[in-house]
Design a protein around this ligand. Structure first.
Ligand SMILES: Nc1ncnc2c1ncn2[C@@H]1O[C@H](COP(=O)(O)OP(=O)(O)OP(=O)(O)O)[C@@H](O)[C@H]1O
Length: 307
């Protein structure tokens, strides 16, 4: 559905996109994730035909922007910035105005249902919340019934409930067989929604796969956190016990909390709990930290992830 090869874009001395390649299959939710300034928006805008790459190739359903621009525009849907909405028009009227730009369009009321704004159909945009405006922006991207949708950070700045409402729309689009290419800052979102994730940093692809494969490809080492009911003393003695276990690779005591890393959490915890119960120490809490895309980012870049 979409093929991107060796894209590059510079602005003066700034290399926004250095070398980015990926392909997106039909019906996929494909997410480009990366820190601020990684080159996500520039990449998306080149794919959308809004910016011309310095180098590289873009094919959408086999078509290229130079020769087939008008045909591509009928196949794609681009979420406008919220600021591009007509504030003094209603939800319905905004959809109606955008429909006029295309040869074919979906009925505005179908879209209103898809974006769950039925109760706000006749309200002016200026009275909508941020999340409702974002939903309308996605609806506008859908007006020409495109095969492939481009959503640039559709949930940035929204509260958790409003973000979930957008996730529901992306999942509904997937059910309809649409292809979605989106960008996000939120790792959790990428993990939940995407068939595949492309992690970019400094204008380069650093990892690209399904969230599951990316996470499973990490080291098998897991982090376990223990909190003791009684005292720092318990943590101190347990630390000594942990240091003698072969599957434990690293330990860290922090007051009454103890963290350790093990390549075999089940075995380590089995021995540790037996040891603790023999000594009648009391543990208040045990948790094994789940690996996430955040850990994938850290593993590939050596940098902490910040939203
Ligand atoms: N029109 C422009 N002129 C000059 N520099 C630009 C321009 N557009 C982007 N850049 C620079 O290119 C780099 C990549 O920007 P881009 O917006 O693509 O990153 P991003 O990953 O989308 O970041 P964010 O998450 O902050 O939106 C940044 O250093 C940015 O300042």
């Amino acid at each position: 559905m979409l093929e991107v090869k060796q894209l590059r874009k510079t602005f003066g001395a700034v290399t926004a996109v250095d070398d980015i390649s990926f392909t997106v299959g039909e019906g996929e939710v494909f997410t480009i994730i990366g820190p601020n300034g990684a080159g996500k928006t520039t990449t998306l805008e080149m794919v959308e035909g809004l910016q011309k790459p310095d180098r590289g190739e873009i094919r959408i359903a086999g078509l290229g922007w130079e020769k087939d621009g008008p045909r591509i525009k009928q196949l794609i849907g681009v979420q406008p910035q919220s600021s591009a909405l007509f504030d003094l028009l209603t939800v319905y009227e905004n959809l109606d105005v955008f429909a006029a730009f295309y040869d074919k369009s979906r009925p505005a009321d179908d879209i209103i249902e898809l974006i769950n704004l039925q109760d706000h159909r006749n309200k002016k945009v200026k009275s909508l919340s941020g999340g409702q405006k974002q939903r309308l922006a996605i609806g506008l991207a859908m007006i020409n019934d495109p095969d492939i949708l481009f959503l640039d950070e559709p949930t940035t700045g929204l509260d958790p409930q409003a973000r979930r409402n957008i996730w529901d729309i992306v999942l509904a689009l997937k059910q309809m067989g649409k292809t979605t290419v989106m960008t996000t800052h939120y790792m959790e979102e990428a993990e939940k929604l995407s068939d595949r994730v492309c992690i970019v940093d400094q204008g380069m692809v650093i990892a690209l796969d399904t969230p599951k494969n990316l996470i499973e490809g990490l080291t098998k080492e897991r982090e376990v956190v223990l909190a003791f009911a009684d005292s720092e003393k318990s943590a101190g003695t347990v630390l000594t016990a942990l240091d003698s276990m072969p599957s434990v690779t690293k330990t860290h005591a922090d007051g009454e909390r103890l963290r350790f890393w093990t390549v075999n959490p089940e075995e380590s915890l089995f021995h540790l709990l037996r040891w603790i119960s023999e000594r009648e120490d009391r543990i208040e809490q045990i948790s094994i930290k789940d690996m996430s895309l955040e850990d994938v980012f850290i593993a590939y870049t050596g940098k902490e992830w910040r939203d």
